[in-house]
Design a protein around this ligand. Structure first.
Ligand SMILES: C[S@@+](CC[C@H](N)C(=O)[O-])C[C@H]1O[C@@H](n2cnc3c(N)ncnc32)[C@H](O)[C@@H]1O
Ligand code: SF4
Ligand code: SF4
Length: 323
């Protein structure tokens, strides 16, 4: 049986909600609202060319009905709830997490977290130690997130994960953030890497894939020093290096594994990918992209062969869908 991932070029995606023969997706990502209480300097959601008008809105009942339809049409198993800030609509999330077996809510952590049960993971964003996080995310945000974490009751059921976006600016100070989180109620953390928009040259963006080599080395070293607490997959980190990075992004696995759903007007639309319409594929280093490449067959395997055959949940999903 052929278990390899069907290749879909980042430049040739179509509106996947409309095509006559719907593709299966193990996961979908939904921007539940285009509103946010922060305005982070690195945020891809609010870059030009993306559906991101804060006034655009689908009401709770209509959105949940549409999600049921998308779930059945595309066989979606896991939902990644994002935004804008998803906890602005926590009452919608309370109902929405019941629709999917697996749920992840990515939040800026400034709005109290609700206990929606053990099958949920909260991914809380912090992008460096206090001064660097607050330069990027806004003054007082780091302290507010720490308050949110401290306020969690001891019997809080969801898994608590921190996500830190590694930027050109914070790459040398990631260890400070890890140290500050070790004695909190956080179960673990993962580093995603900054994905710039096309042409972006900011103090956050890496110039090219070689420019981020040192940052990858640092995350690998932190993973070694903090066993069990840094959840990045080792193979995913190695795939981010120059010999394989472009093989991954030219054959982007998330175009087949994650169905991106943004809100435009009063309907759901699918931008090119989770990172919207104008992210720079050649410098993309989103966690999900390389984490999924690490678990699936692809042309990158010829350069960096896997130590064992890919047979995890993603592979099983596509095998089942291929009949
Ligand atoms: C767009 S936010 C939405 C959820 C929520 N508002 C939050 O900040 O966690 C989802 C995640 O994307 C990350 N992110 C934003 N801009 C990014 C970029 N240019 N490259 C990589 N990750 C980015 C954020 O730090 C956050 O962890
Ligand atoms: S809190 Fe999240 S959605 Fe809001 S601006 Fe920051 S990264 Fe973007
Ligand atoms: S996830 Fe990254 S590599 Fe894939 S299409 Fe989007 S920007 Fe390109």
């Amino acid at each position: 049986m052929d278990l390899s991932l069907p290749v879909l070029s980042p430049t040739t995606t179509t509106d996947r909600l409309d095509v006559a023969e719907p593709a299966p997706y193990p996961a979908a990502m939904l921007n539940v609202t285009n509103r946010c209480n922060l305005s982070c300097k690195h945020c891809f959601v609010y870059s030009e060319g993306n559906p991101n008008d804060p006034a655009d809105m689908i009401g709770d009942d209509a959105l949940l009905a549409e999600l049921r339809r998308v779930r059945e049409r595309h066989h979606v198993h896991a939902m990644l709830w994002m935004g804008g800030e998803p906890m602005i609509r926590w009452r919608l999330l309370e109902r929405g997490v019941k629709l999917f077996p697996r749920n992840i809510i990515t939040t800026n952590g400034t709005i109290p977290l609700r206990d929606f049960g053990v099958d949920l993971t909260y991914v809380v964003s912090l992008d460096g130690p206090e001064d660097l996080n607050d330069e990027l995310r806004g003054e007082g945000v780091y302290a507010k997130v720490m308050q949110t974490l401290a306020a969690l009751p001891d019997d809080f059921a969801p898994t608590m994960q921190i996500q830190c976006v590694v930027t050109r600016q914070n790459q040398d100070r990631l260890g400070e953030l890890v140290g500050a989180l070790r004695d909190t109620k956080v179960d673990g953390m993962a580093f995603s890497f900054h994905t710039p928009s096309v042409g972006e040259q900011s103090k956050f963006s890496f110039r090219d894939v070689r420019d981020r080599e040192g940052a990858i080395d640092r995350v690998i070293e932190l993973k070694r020093q903090n066993r069990g607490f840094i959840w990045n997959n080792s193979r995913a980190l190695e795939l981010m290096r120059a010999p394989t990075a472009k093989l991954v992004t030219d054959n982007c696995p998330t175009l087949r594994t994650v169905l991106p759903l943004y809100v435009e007007g009063d309907r759901l639309v699918t931008p090119r990918c989770c990172y919207g319409n104008d992210a720079d594929c050649d410098r993309c280093a989103g966690w999900v992209v390389f984490a999924h490449a690490a678990k699936l067959d692809g042309p990158w395997d010829d350069v960096l062969p896997p130590s064992s055959p890919h047979d995890g949940l993603l592979t099983q999903f596509f095998a089942a869908m291929n009949g």
